[in-house]
Design a protein around this ligand. Structure first.
Ligand SMILES: O=C(CO)[C@H](O)[C@H](O)COP(=O)(O)O
Ligand SMILES: [Fe+2]
Length: 217
């Protein structure tokens, strides 16, 4: 069964506490926190002060997705603010290995993220050093976009590398994921699914989360 990570990008920004506690009660396995800087992606969301305010109100694992240029500038701030995992884009820094080391040195799980246009081969040398790989299934920057099925072969390629080398990382998918699009991703080896609009846009978010669990049993 896949783990479901609702994205608070689709929550009501003046009601984070209500909307986070709601998904926690509704069966979320972790909480996905999208940080956007207006440079790496053409949108802005929030920073580490918001994360620090979220930390005491939930016990959910905080999965922080940094869509930020040169993210190594802010890793310590997000670690101190309470992130359990920090994801950095390989496209956003000249020194991705150093950024991943910084995350682990801060006592936080490290994730590398790839955009739809980036091949798995670009992160192959990093796979021994990560706890999770995030395969973007839309171009980052906005919620509510359409899932790109062409990304499924990248999930399979990561699963094959994981098995061949006995690596130990989770594979996460993010963008346009729902109870239908999640199925082939799960079959290809995805273990964590981000869902923003599918969960927060649902009339019954608990049923939406359950439908993703049921589709991947
Ligand atoms: O990283 C993201 C966008 O860049 C979000 O996590 C993602 O878009 C979730 O939203 P949805 O499930 O509605 O696609
Ligand atoms: Fe995200």
């Amino acid at each position: 069964m896949i783990k479901v990570a609702p994205s608070i990008l689709s929550a009501n920004f003046v009601n984070f506490e209500r909307d986070i506690k709601m998904v926690e009660k509704s069966g979320a396995d972790l909480l996905h926190v999208d940080v956007m800087d207006g440079q790496f992606v053409p949108n802005m969301s929030f920073g580490w002060t918001t994360l620090a305010a979220i930390r005491p109100i939930t016990n959910l694992f905080l999965d922080v997705h940094l869509m930020v240029q040169n993210p190594e500038r802010y890793i310590d701030q997000f670690a101190k603010a309470g992130a359990d995992l920090i994801g950095v884009h390989v496209e956003a820094t000249q020194h991705i290995h150093r950024a991943l080391q910084m995350i682990r040195n801060a006592g936080v799980k490290a994730e590398v993220v790839i955009n739809p246009g980036t091949p798995v081969s670009q992160i192959e040398p990093l796979l021994p050093f990560v706890d999770q790989v995030l395969v973007m299934t839309v171009n980052p920057g906005f919620g509510g976009q359409k899932f790109l099925p062409e990304m499924i072969s990248k999930i399979q390629a990561l699963t094959d590398l994981k098995k061949a080398n006995d690596y130990d990382f989770e594979i996460e998918i993010d963008g346009g994921v729902n109870d239908k699009t999640v199925v082939d991703c799960y079959k290809a080896g995805a273990t964590v699914a981000v869902a923003g609009s599918f969960v927060y846009g649902a009339e019954n978010p608990a049923a939406a989360i359950e439908s993703m669990h049921n589709a991947t049993r």
